[in-house]
Design a protein around this ligand. Structure first.
Ligand code: HEM
Length: 370
């Protein structure tokens, strides 16, 4: 019996390549925001807990102040890829979401709690009160949400376990077990958080609102964190790639289309390596020049795109191997609607860029002032 539910009889209203392009663009942006949140939050917690100096308190506050805004981007940049993923992979993704239904729906509540804790964390830091345990609670919740997302994104690729899971609980009360790809994949995202968080600090060090000593401190810590966790991120990535099924590895080597994605994998490796060197430079020399921060930001954007392309190929090849070909759909394109959508989409991205620039230019007061 075919493991996937029957395809929806309504044809797709736009070409598959377009859905995939939109999916990869929006998911890459979600990943940038997710990594900033996961890494920035833990760094702010550690700085507030262990950093005895005035500079570390200033750095913790500067990061925390921005995290509530970052969370807005995490969520708003999560909805579009969720919608595109549902259009393309609904037959797999809906099934896995139902199978872990209790956990999947709990993300809404966990997210609200994490968001509230972020506000409390910032407020306590601003008031000079002990805040690390509030921030740590928010980080644990965010890490658990990440784990649930990794669980679902890997369960959707394993139709062979669906029937047993449903027999065990039709209420969606169990999480999947026994998938060797799950933990490396989750750890990859968690390590990427500290790597991106470190580069974010290097970028922040260029802000004119810090004193000269604060700038050197923020760049030094950020650069060193980026360098160390960039290496961990690289190793986790190689681990996650290494545990993929042989059929997927063979597909990446030989499939006419997905072979191209293996170059995205090498691109990711190269970009992370360059970013690690940048981290070493910024960390050791405590460099806070604007170009260092902007180079780091550009590298993060590019490496998240490369990562998302590779990850997408791994998913498509895994599903193809199990009988679901994402390209095999009836498409009846409604070009006027697609055109209108694209105009609005590009306008939306422009608005997003403008919002980010407003955030970057805001807060003219000194960072240290509580
Ligand atoms: C604290 C909040 C969040 C964190 C830490 C987070 C983290 C992550 C992580 C780690 C992944 C990659 C999972 C993997 O492939 O192994 C991911 C993917 C994803 N996230 Fe988020 N996420 C958050 C919020 C959200 C929200 C609110 C939504 C939905 C509205 C969402 C939608 C998605 C989707 C759809 C994917 C995968 C898309 C795909 O594979 O096509 N995320 N997220």
């Amino acid at each position: 019996m075919h493991p996937f539910p029957a395809v929806d009889p309504i044809p797709l209203p736009a070409p598959i390549w377009l859905f995939k392009l939109l999916h990869i663009v929006t998911l890459s942006l979600h990943f940038v925001a997710v990594e900033m949140l996961l890494g920035g939050l833990l760094l702010a917690v550690l700085l507030s807990l262990f950093g005895g100096s005035a500079e570390s308190r200033v750095a913790a506050r500067a990061i925390a102040r921005r995290l509530t805004v970052v969370m807005t981007f995490v969520i708003n940049l999560a909805v579009p890829p969720l919608l595109f993923a549902q259009v393309l992979y609904g037959r797999a993704l809906y099934t896995s979401s139902v199978l872990i239904g209790v956990y999947w729906i709990s993300i809404v509540g966990l997210l609200m709690l994490a968001y509230w804790l972020l506000y409390r964390f910032t407020a306590r830091l601003e008031a000079g009160q002990p805040a690390w345990w509030v921030g740590l609670s928010a980080w644990l919740l965010a890490g658990f949400i990440a784990r649930l997302l990794s669980s679902n994104m890997t369960l959707m690729l394993r139709p062979e376990v669906w029937r047993d899971m449903y027999s065990a609980s039709s209420a969606g009360a169990y999480l999947p077990t026994g998938d060797p790809t799950l933990t490396p994949r989750w750890l990859l995202m968690m390590a990427g958080g500290l790597f991106v968080g470190g580069l974010w600090m290097v970028y922040l060090a260029g802000r004119s609102t810090f004193t000269a000593e604060e700038k050197r401190f923020v760049a030094g810590v950020g650069g060193k964190v980026a360098a160390v966790f960039g290496v961990v991120y690289l190793l986790a990535g190689m681990w996650a790639a290494g545990v993929q099924p042989e059929a997927v590895k063979a597909g990446l080597a030989t499939h006419p289309l997905y072979h191209l994605a293996s170059y995205a994998g090498y691109g990711w490796l190269a970009l992370v390596a360059v970013a690690v060197l940048l981290g070493v430079l910024a960390g050791v020399r405590r460099m806070h020049a604007g170009w260092v921060g902007w180079t780091g930001a550009l590298l993060v954007l590019l490496l998240e795109i490369a990562f998302t392309v590779y990850r997408d190929a791994v998913r498509d090849l895994t599903l193809l191997n199990k009988g679901l070909d994402v390209w095999n759909r009836v498409v009846v394109t409604n070009w006027s609607v697609v055109g209108l959508f694209l105009v609005l989409f590009v306008g939306g991205l422009g608005a997003l860029g403008w919002l980010v620039s407003v955030v970057a230019r805001a807060e003219k007061g000194m960072e240290g002032a509580a």
